[in-house]
Design a protein around this ligand. Structure first.
Ligand code: CP
Length: 305
């Protein structure tokens, strides 16, 4: 039997999510513990990353584990033609856990099925980014005091944004209402609308970034247009700056509103928003370290002492 992995946020039920959030909260109080002493974790990043890789590596370092891996596939033997299967089999000889980002959708699932050690999906193409969702849920709970019955406005690239796709699934346990704001070219794929219908989750779709979509929200989740997923860069140019959040657009928003973004941002949040107390994206990214500590320990069966 394959070891327990985190490939898709849908693999985690409501109780799993709360278990991780409780653990992350303890790591936030004290992230420096001896829990991974003698363990080795591998980070295999076939696609670029700042936050995910560095927060995973910091998470391991602060738990006294060791890290191996690569941040650029060009330095790995995949450039010589080594298959993903062989890469996973080799790395699992050396490491107790594999954290992998890959451009191919389904790559993490495949890796988890052949790997003798747990695999964490750090993003597979446009499909899933489950640890991003864990840190998003942690941040939503931290700022709202609940995950239940919130209105979440998600803006930008809803077609290719894997953080968006995971977030919809992760929040589905908590009776959300979604406002999906996207241009026609980047609207939410039908399968996620069907998922919401099946779960009886209310959603509205907008092509304009209207005051209504901002002022009704508890969470305004901005996203970047995912340039790297476009096959035709002319199409990217048409939509790249379609929505930009400026500070004054938050004037009539709810008191409890927080603006989140998985980051990196390009131009979709103007820098004049950064000093608004409703801007919470940098704190959100910091929470990634604690939630990833919680996920790693959970998968490795390590209990907090
Ligand atoms: N949010 C996120 O995945 O950021 P990175 O691409 O920098 O890891």
């Amino acid at each position: 039997m394959s070891p327990k992995s985190l490939v898709n946020i849908g693999d985690y039920d409501r109780e799993d999510i709360f278990r991780i959030l409780r653990s992350a909260s303890k790591f936030k109080q004290n992230p420096n513990r001896d829990l991974l002493k003698g363990r080795v974790c591998a980070t295999l990043f076939f696609e670029p990353s700042t936050r995910t890789r560095l927060s995973f590596e910091t998470a391991v370092n602060r738990l006294r584990g060791r890290i191996i891996g690569f941040s650029d596939a060009a330095t790995s033997s995949s450039t010589k033609g080594e298959s993903l299967k062989d890469t996973i089999m080799m790395v699992s000889n050396y490491a107790d856990l594999i954290i992998m980002r890959h451009h191919l959708e389904g790559s993490a699932r495949y890796a988890s099925e052949i790997s003798p050690v747990p695999v964490i999906n750090a993003g597979d193409g446009s499909n899933q980014h489950p640890t991003q969702t864990m840190l998003d849920l942690f941040t939503i709970y931290e700022t709202q005091g609940t995950l239940e019955n919130l209105t979440i406005t998600i803006v930008g690239d809803l077609k290719y944004g894997r953080a968006v796709h995971s977030l919809i699934q992760g929040l589905s346990h908590f009776s959300p209402t979604f406002n999906f704001v996207a241009p026609e070219e980047l609207h939410i794929p039908d399968k996620y609308k069907a998922f919401c219908d099946q779960k009886q989750i209310a959603y509205n779709e907008y092509t304009d970034f209207s005051p209504e979509s901002i002022n009704s929200a508890d969470i305004l989740y901005m996203t970047r247009v995912q340039k790297e997923r476009f096959t035709d860069l002319m199409e990217y140019e048409k939509v790249k700056n379609v929505y930009v959040l400026h500070n004054e657009m938050l004037n009539d928003s709810k008191e409890n509103l927080k603006v989140l973004h998985p980051l990196p941002r390009v131009k979709e949040i103007s820098q004049d928003v950064d000093d608004n107390p409703k801007a919470y994206y940098f704190q959100q990214a910091k929470n990634g370290m604690y939630t990833r500590q919680a996920v790693i320990c959970d998968l490795m069966g390590i209990e907090m002492r």
